[in-house]
Design a protein around this ligand. Sequence first.
Ligand code: ZN
Ligand code: ZN
Length: 345
Amino acid sequence: MDKLTRVKALNPANPNKATAIFGGKASGILNWNDLAYPHFYTLRQRIRSLFWTANEVDMTQDVKQFSTLSAQEQDAFLKIIGLLATLDGPQTTIALKIADYTTDPAVKSLMATIADQESEHNHSYAYVLSSVTTLDKQIESFEMGRTDEVLMRRNERIVEVYNNFVENPTIETTLKAMVYTTLLEGLFFYSGFAFFYNLARNQKMVGTSTMVSYINRDELQHGKAISDIFRAALAENPEYNTEEFTEWIYDQFRHSVEQETLWSEYVLKDIDGIDLEEMAGYVKYRANKMLRMLGLSEIYPEHTKNPMRWIKAYVDSFDDTKTDFFEQASRQYVKTSDLNGFDDL
Ligand code: ZN
Ligand code: ZN
């Protein structure tokens, strides 16, 4: 398998418009009006329009409320932040690595923007925890990704596929890493997100949930961008578009749905207001969505609709202000309705 090489910074002998996403030729000069894939411009604009920073979110109420949560809620809160921090940690790295090896400067630029948002996500987990708990508890929560056996088993394949790509970057390992990025952006975070939205609908920890909803919006757009790049790269390399590879993807999705369901049972079993069966259906519904984005078929035909109807208020219908559902001071951002419908994601 041909190893991909790191792309030079400037290569004036090559054309400005990239000849391929991976393993092609490009000068390194980026003209957004002369792209191999013009819609990558729109993808980047959508992501840029979501800019936010953790410090903007007012945590005053959450600081007071955390100690009033039940012991089970507090435990789940810390575990889920630990999970999110573990999954989001490598997202900065993977976006930067894809940027290293892509020969299309538009993809490189998109990945730089995604990497920046991922770094803010990681900051936000530390910001939330430092608002609500002691340093010892914060450190413990961040240790979960390397100590909690359920979490480690859940993440085994992510570790394997991501590290394979980093150690041996080929078209195949890159495509596989992008499949896992799609899974992370579109499926793995979502039982965790649901936990915080469930608190918010009971008027608890609204600051944290507001922040989680910003992360959620980013991840939906990242999932869209990565799956679009994946499809374009696969079309450029039809020799990888085999039945074997398709089966591999379906297998990863089935495995991921199982793992996500086991995890949600482990961490959410004592949480009031969360129905675990509904959650399992929601995970399958998310899997169907992400498979469609990758250009594949749904594998859970009985889960084409979102079974957690209440969650739609928090994730599926984001409006032109970021804070509708959380009654905080609203700020104006680019109207997402001008750019896309979040319902599609
Ligand atoms: Zn993230
Ligand atoms: Zn992301």
